[in-house]
Design a protein around this ligand. Structure first.
Ligand code: BGC
Length: 928
């Protein structure tokens, strides 16, 4: 407790349920006063966003949090009101919707229930709640949401194409587009609605519009295209104005894996509409039309994989401001590209999230001048230089250094990952690329005029702007570095789509990678919107036969020859919506994805046929599993038919649960039967009477046990075999597919020691081996770089591949012990079940749930276990204290008793199980 002037400390008085506030008042010392408990409503969100603009949900879902300093706070009722202006809202007048007092404990995803909201409309809303005793809170602060252009007919602007001869050239210059316009009044409100074929950047009167990157984002462009909405009120002025745009190839027509170009089309195009409302109420719309003109400028080449070439001598000074002479520019063509595929973004945009300074600049043995960013990062380097016109700086990017200490770029395969800037001369110049990104820790700079110091370089880290929602820290610095590496793997690869890796000529939304990592991802960051968007593309790109493409958006297959259908990859269609439902209590995602999920499971069923064994198809298998011999193909160790059948069973099982959530009883019964039959088939085909599973590999046991495919009486025996295998090897042998569940299964069946052995192991293969090698991200392979400094196969050796980071889920859910109750998802009811061990003396994790922060922090010192639990208001938790005797247990230094938040206590074998309401609790006891 801190004391001193202005500091307020909060105590829980033993006999009072009211809190006592001790306020230190000047030199007079603390004075005591009592006041009734206060509950407030805060953190208002609409569709996961704070005050979003340009959304298209017809009935946006509203969420809020309760805050209180007292324990055991719940909501018994709520009232939401919505109005068209803040004044009306606060006065409770002319309301669009007043929910009235609704008796309900639900405080997340409450659908707006008023009349339909038209396009371009701001809604103001607030909420109040009644606590468990029926006391109302004050009305919350005011939040807003604003609709975008909801119907294709709202778009009066026309699609325009640059119509430049250079534009068609392979990797040619980026087109620029401009138009002057005048506004004859004071601007009260202005919005710009923008999208493109290719990537765009917009400038208004010389100022960049918005802070988003890689707009309009990457979707299955020929089925869904996002537009962005910007508040441009402050960028416009009465009189002359100019709007400019630059377009980049991006994913639309740039090169993607396998050298394919023009996947979505050959021509870049822009659709932009600015809607101005004047102070006097008049309206005006400026859009893309035949009055726009086009030219090329300083960006000579821009490609996702290859990088960017920029010649500052070709800049067109003042081009996006009034008064610029554009007579030499050419007329654009108006194109008929349709507006019915346009959708508002559901996920967060990509932004510049943070900046890093190089830790050093050094010369390699090969003579390269290299900056070390100290972190394998994704984004680019901003570089400043001063030199004569025509000087060209070349920046080459690399993730690692080789044995000799030179930058290693062979693992980038075909990606040139190079930025080139030519100076215009005459002073300090600053460069950043526009439509490309790099995955790198090292950047080699050639041609720098003068001395290159760290001050001249800044690493700009970009990714989807997902709020950070997790922290995990222990007494073991190596494990902390592992957590750091997992989080940076996520930062580097959640770039509008979940990519496999950010550096080589791939960077695609591989479904399997996302499937294995989704649960970990949802601990670290708020990924609800991010996956909602991506899953819509997954459904859009699913084959007619239900097959899920290997990558989403699907750039590898075609309508007639879809590339997809691999077990554990395609199962992303089912596993990820279920994961989002569990983590965020989001039923709508299940409703929206249901048809897609069902189609995938139906595809699996058809492939499996009458015997319910899915055999004979091509799969990636347990990708990159530990290989026992050099000739072992990645994933060859566990049979692919076994993996495929196991996933078919698992997805069927999840479908039964989803159908029950959605109250589709007949479907649930059908999936139940299918699950039973598939389990029986699995056992018949792959399990001996003595509980030997498949090829006796770790992954075989892990899948059979984690997916509950074995009869009860075989499980302990199978788990014992798994634990023995782990002990005999002394390490894991799993690949992408088995790794996420390995420690879960071991811990669940009582082999916590073996699980910690795997977690703490430092030699290859293990999670910590890369840490011993100085890794700052998760590697694609267990042995990407060997202890002697040599590299794994250069054809597939990414040093930023999050898949093996899937251990993160186990660290949060088991080591720290924060887990979801599927019966009350979204952390409405939380399990806190830490499992100490592994030599840790301290573990602490927090997670921002939809309700607020949940925390579990424990210490184990001198045989004494102390656990501090934080439970957000309007949720409950069940805490399991391992190896504990009730008689020895204290909470906040007192014997544990019902009351002050604790609602039930029981001794369960050698654990004590306690039900609690919200608040902070400090348990302590000598471990048995
Ligand atoms: C990717 C993987 C992906 C795999 C499919 C690789 O090239 O990088 O992460 O899942 O292909 O097996």
């Amino acid at each position: 407790m801190r004391t001193g002037q202005g500091t307020i400390a909060v105590l829980f008085a033993a006999s009072l349920t009211w809190l006592t506030v001790v306020a230190a008042v000047g030199a007079g010392g603390p004075q005591r006063e009592s006041r009734p408990p206060t509950v407030t409503v805060t953190a208002l969100r609409t569709e996961y966003m704070q005050n979003p603009i340009g959304i298209d949900a017809a009935k946006p879902r509203l969420s809020w949090q309760l805050r209180s300093e007292v324990r055991g706070v719940s909501q018994s009722a709520y009232q939401v009101r919505v109005a068209r202006s803040e004044q009306d809202l606060l006065a409770g007048r002319r309301l669009l919707w007043d929910s009235g007092k609704i008796t309900s404990e639900e405080s997340i995803h409450r659908p707006y229930g008023g009349p339909p909201i038209p396009s371009e409309t701001t809604c103001y809303w607030q909420v109040r709640a009644w606590d468990g005793r029926g006391t109302p809170t004050p009305w919350s602060e005011v939040a807003t949401w604003e609709t975008g252009l909801l119907a294709p007919g709202d778009w009066t602007a026309k699609w325009i194409e640059p119509n430049l001869p250079e534009d068609l050239k392979k990797s040619g210059p980026s087109p620029m587009l401009r138009r002057d316009f005048s506004l004859n009044g004071t601007v009260r409100r202005a919005r710009a609605y923008v999208t493109s074929h290719g990537l765009y950047e917009i400038v208004l009167n010389g100022k960049r519009v918005g802070d988003q990157a890689f707009t309009p984002g990457w979707t299955s462009y020929n089925k869904r295209l996002q537009y962005q909405t910007y508040d441009v009120t402050s960028l416009l002025r009465r009189g002359q104005n100019t709007v400019g745009a630059t377009l980049g190839n991006g994913w639309y027509r740039g090169t993607v894996m396998g050298g394919r170009r023009n996947v979505y089309g050959e021509h870049l195009a822009l659709l932009l509409q600015i809607h101005v409302t004047y102070a006097d109420g008049r309206d005006e719309t400026i859009g893309t039309d035949e009055q726009w003109k086009a030219s090329t400028g300083p960006i000579l080449m821009s490609e996702i994989y290859d990088g960017e070439t920029y010649d500052a001598r070709l800049e067109k000074a003042g081009w996006s401001e009034p008064g610029y002479d554009d007579r030499a520019w050419t007329a654009v063509s108006v194109a008929d590209r349709g507006k019915d595929l346009l959708v508002a973004p559901q996920g967060p945009p990509v932004r510049r999230i943070q900046e890093l300074k190089p830790v050093k600049v050094f010369k390699t043995p090969a003579g390269d001048l290299v900056a070390d960013m100290g972190q394998n990062m994704v984004g680019w380097v901003r570089i400043e230089a001063e030199g004569p016109a025509g000087t060209t700086l070349t920046l080459r990017h690399a993730e690692v250094l080789d044995k000799q200490g030179n930058i290693y770029t062979e693992n980038l395969r075909g990606a040139k990952a190079t930025a080139r800037y030519t100076l215009k001369g005459g002073g300090r110049e600053v460069f950043e690329p526009h439509f490309t990104f790099f995955g790198f820790r090292y950047v080699a700079v050639d041609g720098y005029p003068g001395e290159l110091t760290p001050a001249k370089l800044t690493g700009v880290v970009i990714h989807s702007d997902m709020p950070v929602t997790g922290s995990f820290e222990t007494s073991n610095p190596m494990i902390n570095q592992l957590q750091h590496n997992i989080a940076w793997g996520q930062k580097g690869n959640f770039l509008d789509v979940p990519t496999d890796c950010p550096q080589r000529d791939e960077r695609l939304g591989w479904t399997g990678d996302a499937q294995v990592f989704a649960r970990t991802a949802a601990f670290n960051m708020d990924v609800a919107g991010f996956f909602t968007k991506w899953l819509a593309d997954l459904a859009a790109d699913q084959g007619r036969d239900g097959r899920v493409p290997h990558v989403i958006p699907d750039v590898l297959g075609s309508e007639s020859r879809p590339a997809g259908g691999s077990a554990a990859w395609g199962d992303a269609a089912v596993v990820i919506p279920w994961t989002i439902y569990l983590a965020y209590g989001d039923v709508a995602i299940l409703e929206r994805q249901y048809a897609s999920m069902a189609r995938w499971v139906e595809f699996e069923r058809r492939r499996a046929g009458d015997d319910f064994i899915w055999d004979g198809d091509q799969h990636f298998g347990d990708w990159l599993a530990y290989a026992t011999t050099l000739s072992d193909y990645p994933g060859a160790t566990t049979g692919k038919d076994l993996i495929a059948t196991a996933f078919f069973a698992h997805s069927t099982d999840l479908m039964e649960r989803v159908a029950l959530v959605l109250d589709k009883k007949e479907d649930a019964a059908r999936y139940h039967e299918q699950f039973e039959r598939t389990k029986a088939a699995f056992v018949r085909e792959f399990v001996t009477p003595n509980a030997r599973v498949g090829e006796n590999t770790q992954t075989a046991y892990v899948l059979a046990l984690h997916f509950d495919l074995l009869p009860e009486n075989m499980r302990a025996r199978a788990a014992e075999r798994l634990a023995r295998d782990v002990r005999e090897w002394g390490h894991l042998t799993t690949g992408f597919v088995g790794t996420p569940y390995l420690c879960h299964v071991l811990a669940r069946y009582g082999y916590l020691k073996e699980a910690f052995l795997l977690l703490n192991r430092r030699e290859y293969p293990s999670w910590l081996y890369p840490v011993t090698q100085g890794a700052t991200t998760i590697w694609e392979r267990w042995d990407g770089q060997r202890p002697d400094g040599s590299f794994q196969d250069r054809g597939m050796n990414s040093f930023n591949h999050y898949a093996y980071g899937s251990i993160g889920d186990w660290m949060y859910a088991v080591v720290a012990g924060i887990d979801i109750d599927a019966a009350a998802p979204g952390y409405r009811h939380i399990f806190i079940r830490p499992q100490p061990g592994g030599g840790f003396t301290k573990v602490g994790a927090t997670h921002e749930t939809m309700y607020g922060t949940v925390g579990s922090r424990w210490t184990l010192e001198n045989g004494r276990f102390a656990l501090t639990v934080t439970v957000p208001a309007n949720t409950r938790a069940t805490v399991t204290l391992p190896s504990a005797r009730l008689a020895d247990l204290t909470e906040s230094e007192r014997a544990v008793a019902i009351g002050t938040g604790i609602t039930a206590v029981r001794q369960d074998k050698d654990s004590v199980v306690i039900d609690i309401g919200s608040g902070e609790y400090r348990f302590s006891y000598p471990m048995q």
